[in-house]
Design a protein around this ligand. Structure first.
Ligand SMILES: Nc1ncnc2c1ncn2[C@@H]1O[C@H](COP(=O)(O)OP(=O)(O)O)[C@@H](O)[C@H]1O
Ligand SMILES: [Mg+2]
Length: 331
């Protein structure tokens, strides 16, 4: 895989071209201060996200990025007023609820930190918290080209990092599929969330595969610049397929119900219709993903107090959520 393949899958590289068949989105360039904030250890939310918080009890944590005010010993939270205003206005323009991601990845390993275990954001604070808590986001920031045979150290410094906010949709996970294209041929399709069994997939299998093939030939093939790539779709109903994302054809992308060796065989020897894999019974259900990525790490930080700011912000967030819920139930 080459760097150019990864670059072609960046959200901003394909969005304009495929606008009419994908979810409405807005792209905001990340200012350097915000990039520095994402790279820094610890999780202090910007001031505007909450009232100032007195951190007298947190002395002794000398090697993190928080700047202490000499007189008051209050941690100075970062502030990005212009960037924050852009996020707020994008959220409004996208209907009040958004799904966030960076150039390639969403913080799906960090969903546990938000109210309802989803990536639904309604304010900049939600966005910051998710981005700061995700290993996938860190991967985008630090080693987006790690699987490329032409990459050299520091290549990521040339990237214009961006925050992508997408209109929020309650996506039914059983209606999402991952599609593998090799030498411009759709060779394989599988269930995107293979930790679950959906009986209707077997019943509708012929229609699903025929809708995806039509979508590929009419809307994707010839318009995407590469010969090998992976795209994700949402088949909302019969005859209605939407594009969700493009991903590089290689180990950085989860091959889900296939393995990369079998996908790399000569595509001329495969049959005309793609191989379609889905979970065929309750017995085929696998453990849910991300149990071994973001969640334990963050819980370890919370539990050990190794990252006291994360703990403080997490507790504040939980109190805020509790208050919001109390307000809602008393309505
Ligand atoms: N606009 C959206 N609203 C709600 N959920 C979404 C939206 N876009 C994507 N998702 C959900 O998040 C998952 C990951 O989205 P995707 O953009 O493919 O991120 P990644 O590239 O990090 O996997 C999708 O499988 C889908 O279930
Ligand atoms: Mg993706």
């Amino acid at each position: 895989m080459k760097k150019q393949h990864v670059l072609n899958c960046q959200f901003s590289s394909w969005y304009n071209q495929f606008k009419e068949i994908t979810i409405k989105s807005r792209i905001i360039d990340l200012p350097q201060e915000f990039l520095d904030y994402l790279h820094a250890d610890g999780l202090v939310l910007p001031d505007s996200c909450d009232e100032t918080f007195d951190r007298h009890d947190l002395e002794g944590d000398s090697d993190d990025e928080v700047v202490w005010d000499d007189d008051t010993r209050v941690a100075k939270a970062p502030s990005f007023p212009q960037f924050e205003a852009q996020i707020k206005s994008s959220i409004v323009k996208l209907g009040g609820k958004v799904f966030p991601k960076l150039n390639w990845s969403s913080p799906k390993d960090a969903a546990w930190i938000i109210h309802d275990n989803t990536l639904r954001c309604t304010c900049p604070r939600d966005v910051y918290l998710l981005l700061k808590s995700s290993d996938f986001v860190t991967h985008d920031l630090t080693q987006p080209f790690d699987q490329c045979d032409d990459h050299t150290e520091g290549d990521q410094l040339t990237i214009q990092y961006q925050l992508v906010l997408r209109e929020w949709h309650s996506v039914h996970p059983g209606l999402e599929f991952r599609c593998f294209v090799k030498n411009k041929k759709l060779i394989a399709v599988c269930q995107r969330h293979h930790a679950s069994y959906y009986a209707f997939i077997h019943t509708d299998r012929d229609d699903i595969i025929s809708d995806i093939q039509t979508f590929y030939w009419q809307r994707i093939n010839e318009r995407f610049p590469d010969s090998n790539y992976v795209f994700d779709v949402y088949r909302k109903k019969k005859g209605k397929v939407y594009l969700v994302d493009f991903n590089p054809f290689g180990a950085v992308t989860d091959s889900l119900m296939f393995d990369w060796e079998e996908l790399s065989i000569d595509s001329n020897t495969t049959s005309e219709s793609p191989i379609f894999r889905y979970v065929e019974s309750e017995m085929g259900v696998q453990p849910a993903p991300y149990h071994t990525s973001g969640v334990p790490q963050d819980f370890i930080h919370l539990a050990s107090g190794e990252d006291p700011y994360k703990l403080v912000d997490f507790l504040k967030l939980k109190i805020q959520q509790q208050n919001d819920e109390d307000d809602n139930t008393s309505d």
